[in-house]
Design a protein around this ligand. Sequence first.
Ligand code: PHE
Length: 462
Amino acid sequence: MLTRENWGSKIGFILAATGSAVGLGNLWKFPYITWHNNGGAFVLIYLVSVVIIGWPIMMAEILLGRHTSESPVPAFEKAGGKGWSIVGWLGVFTGFVILGYYSVIAGWTITSFISCAKWSFSGYVAPASGAFGDFMADGSLQIFLSFLFIAATAIIIWRGIKEGIEKVTKILMPILFVILVYLVMMVLFLPGRNAAFAFLFSPNFGELPWEGVLEAVGHAFFTLSLGMGVMITYGSYMRKEESIAGNAALVVFLDTFVAICACIIMYTIIFTAPGVKESVSGSTVGMLFITLPNLLYTEVPFGTIIAPIFYILVAFAALSSTISLLEVIVSLFIDKLGMTRHAATFIGAAASFIVAIFSALSLGALSFLSNFSFFGKGKEGVLSTLDHLAANWLLPVGGLFITLFVGWRFDKKICENEIALFGPDGNTTLTYKLFRFFLKFTAPIAILAVILAVIIMGKDFS
Ligand code: PHE
């Protein structure tokens, strides 16, 4: 067997893992769900969730990957025996599900960028109402866009860990952060700034629907790419001398930073434009793809410069996430089925594309796919159903198994060694104790609450 590739530099893991975490979850989902959960209190609960659930689970995944040097299926097999490897398979299945709809939405960033570039050069023309609906219902265009996205992802994965993922995220991530900070600085000059900050940072628990608490927990999984083995896979390429606690903390911090910045940008613009607050588009896609471009051109100084740049940012963020989704699939094919990286990439990408075709046609193009309702709760269409399945079921269930395995079943001494290795001086024991407590108790209880809420009350958190 070949020796396993490692990240080429210390920053390799951080960039790739942050790239995976930061994506449409931060720029599309988070601003939308925070808006609908009335801001402040939801944000606070979310911040608590990422610290006491997200951080320990991320550490658990990384340590499992690094200790075994394997992708999720063989990692569980090595550490816990054949039975546990089901958790790894579940993760790979989840990868197909998420990639199969995420790539479609990611494709929209390409057209948004093209429209904005056109408007910036030749003047803004407000799209007719219903234009976005027509765009979504254009089946062949939707398939083509998702194909572009999956192809771009496959080209990078094809090249491997150091030459592909690491090289690309090394370029993409710094650009992404520069664009983001630039946008935040731009909007800070707008008058809506204070209202946006008040909405985000002054918690009023009376305004938080209680399901919002559980929604925050569910979203923590999605946005941090937890519960399906991304971090096990990326952790398996991590060198032994690096601090798991420190790396995980930094990834969680950066992901949260991007999500909060995205809210500051969008809400400041929304609060600046008179009358917009009431009419923020009610659909999930609305805020990012309909409301925002319009406001950028009509209300924001330098909006013509900001708008195209912003959609490049969203596209980059989505791309570094699809890379991690495909890598989980590809590394399984390599480790378990003995394929070459090239064959694994081709087959993994082709299979994901088939799922994507169904999602792409479920936005109005084909009525039986668009009206498909698996959960029978008005979740219409394949794309929404897959999102619902992944965010409410697959990721929390996968995450629950990971906490139970690493917290209760896995060798305690190994955990301690992996976490303690090069931990921050003097704090190693404290970090380890906190990790253990959160992983054994807080995280599984919170996840169970999400799952039970979904089952008993039919709550929908996607
Ligand atoms: N974390 C990514 C985002 O926020 C989505 C993702 C989920 C990626 C699970 C990989 C695995 O967009």
